[in-house]
Design a protein around this ligand. Structure first.
Ligand SMILES: C[S@@+](CC[C@H](N)C(=O)[O-])C[C@H]1O[C@@H](n2cnc3c(N)ncnc32)[C@H](O)[C@@H]1O
Length: 294
């Protein structure tokens, strides 16, 4: 279990929504509409509490059937509450029918169901589920090269479009600069390569690897930047990321930690945070892959 809390996913959701490439989302929408006959059938890999559904369903527009796949039962439970809360805030009607939730906007009807699946061992189970498009967000940096090759093979067999958003690419810039930034970043990068249940994570190289694999299968692949820009007023997000970076640097850069460099960095950053002087940019990439037209 990789252990992502619903609270963290809720904190990051607005930053993800702002950062997403609108052009790639439009390209995905056009491709799935071209091939679907009834309601669009979309599968979301590692859906967490359903942020990808909430970002994409309004853009896709028409009637839709979503399958939100995750291995974490707590997040699968959180999906329902988050979706109901979101629909209510928008003034949309929703109904719960067994394992489905249906959101009725007046213009369109979106049916959503969660599915517990360990994608490390059971990715290929999706072959038995018909879908018009595959999506995933904030996930591909957790997986290995071998797993990305399996995903590429699945898409090649299914000939379906993929929209994979918000994969980190290694750019991480704190403002103002600090002399220990490079050591903190190096520790963070080492930590990203750790096995998260899929084999050694490709992390910052994941998008390039998947793009090359899918292009090899004849898919038309486009990537676009989807960076987080976290300003001085966004204190909760900055505090979370500062605490995370500090903990990771302590664990992965023991020499710098023993020399007091990490504690000094964290104290300086905390002072800047509280003084409204700190900001951070984190680089991500979105990827759209379209199968060759028949
Ligand atoms: C960073 S979170 C992103 C969640 C969601 N896509 C979002 O953007 O809010 C990564 C997700 O991967 C899921 N995950 C990790 N390992 C998994 C596995 N082996 N099988 C299925 N889901 C997994 C986690 O439970 C978590 O929901």
């Amino acid at each position: 279990m990789t252990g992502f809390s619903a609270a963290w996913l809720r904190l990051r959701e607005p930053f993800d929504r702002l950062a997403r490439s609108a052009a790639l989302a439009r390209g995905f929408a056009a491709a799935v509409h071209r091939q679907a006959e009834g309601p669009l059938r979309i599968v979301d890999l590692a859906a967490g509490s359903g942020a990808n559904f909430r970002a994409l369903a309004p853009l896709l527009g028409s009637d839709q059937d979503w399958l939100l796949v995750d291995h974490d039962p707590a997040l699968l439970t959180a999906q329902r509450a988050e979706i109901v809360d979101w629909a209510t805030r928008h003034g949309w009607r929703w109904t719960a029918d067994g394992e489905h939730i249906a959101v009725d906007t007046g213009q369109a009807r979106w049916r959503v169901r969660g599915l517990r699946l360990d994608l490390a061992s059971e990715l290929e189970a999706l072959e038995r589920i018909p879908f018009d498009g595959l999506v995933t967000t904030a996930f591909l940096d957790l997986v290995s090269a071998t797993w990305l090759d399996r995903l590429g093979n699945l898409l090649a067999r299914q000939q379906r479009p993929l929209l994979a958003t918000l994969t980190v690419d290694g750019r991480r810039t704190w403002h103002p600069p600090h002399p220990a930034d490079a050591q903190v970043l190096a520790g963070f990068t080492r930590h990203q390569g750790v096995d998260k249940g899929f084999g050694a994570s490709l992390a910052n190289e994941a998008v390039a690897h998947l793009a090359a694999g899918l292009a090899g299968h004849g898919h038309a692949v486009t990537t676009a930047r989807s960076d987080w820009r976290i300003g001085p007023a966004q204190q909760d997000m900055l505090r979370y990321l500062l605490d995370e970076a500090t903990a990771v640097a302590h664990a992965t850069a023991p020499a710098a930690a023993a020399a007091g460099l990490i504690a000094g960095w964290a104290a300086a950053r905390r002072t800047q945070l509280e003084g409204g002087l700190l900001s951070l940019e984190i680089g991500h990439l979105d990827l759209l892959a379209l199968p060759p037209r028949p």
